[in-house]
Design a protein around this ligand. Sequence first.
Ligand SMILES: Nc1ncnc2c1ncn2[C@@H]1O[C@H](COP(=O)(O)OP(=O)(O)OP(=O)(O)O)[C@@H](O)[C@H]1O
Ligand SMILES: N[C@@H](CCO)C(=O)O
Length: 320
Amino acid sequence: MAVYTHVDPDDLAALVARYEMGSVLSCKGIAEGVENSNFLLETTGGRFILTLYEKRVREGDLPFFVDLLDHLAASGSPVPAMIRDRSGSAVQQISGRAACIIQFLPGISLTHPTPAQCEAAGVALGAMHRALAGYDGARANSMGHRHWREVANATGDLDAVRPGLQATVDEELGFLDAHWPTDLPAHVIHADLFPDNVLMLGDRVTGLIDFYFAASDFRAYDLVITHAAWTFSADGSTCDPALAQALMRGYAREIALTDGEIAALPTLARGASLRFLLTRAHDWVHTPADALVTRKDPSPFLARLLRYRADDAARLFSPA
Ligand SMILES: Nc1ncnc2c1ncn2[C@@H]1O[C@H](COP(=O)(O)OP(=O)(O)OP(=O)(O)O)[C@@H](O)[C@H]1O
Ligand SMILES: N[C@@H](CCO)C(=O)O
């Protein structure tokens, strides 16, 4: 999260008055994250997250996210509820943005997960996939592989982000156009399950958050996003085998991948690396100077891409 849009105290009081949550005690911007404006909201009724939706979240998609979180909560996944106001509405307007007030969940976002925590994340992802296999909602993936060229073009000159990046991205887009799988098991996926979107206490997952990229896509693509996000060194050059095996082991406790999925993992992981490389490069160039946000470095996802391109990449996905 981040803060791109500021909230007027009177507007906030009027918003909170629509809910059964007492009155505002405090509202503090959360500096973590890059996508939306987020605040820790304390009222006399408890603690909540206030999210104002920014650039990549379409207001028309919010009812889908509300319904998705309802489905997951009913299936036992530890996801936050989007709180309804007295009239039953979860989606609001404030400061010119669509906004929701969201249940606050306990737990800490990890920066250096252990193998046990990777295994727990793998189990949580697999359990969520089991719940999502029976979900009948759908959303086209606006950040899926068909859109990566648009993101690259919208960034401008990729060589200004890093010399030589344009040629690498063009080559990779060509490879993925030719090799992206077409017939793997698919349903709604999280599509952004980075460590900062998993709340944990010790080795226990207490929250899965930030579903704003959730969309219909291959479940194995969700798994490789999580693999890329959880199992690499900070510079993206090295995949830690103990972390990777633990993640894959945890996921396998819930989901048995098909042979087709196993064969596709390195290609899907190249796509996942390119997706985050491109959105980070885009934001590196286009983030407003006055936003309270720490831009994310694209380079570690170029390093992951190169690692997943290597001849031995398939072994990074072995559960033992
Ligand atoms: N429901 C919640 N309960 C507790 N803390 C939360 C909740 N939602 C968000 N947070 C806190 O706010 C931080 C940022 O949230 P989030 O990751 O959703 O933001 P974002 O801008 O969408 O980020 P990203 O860059 O991951 O897309 C989280 O790391 C977490 O610490
Ligand atoms: N989790 C993403 C931000 C959402 O696109 C990243 O770390 O780049």
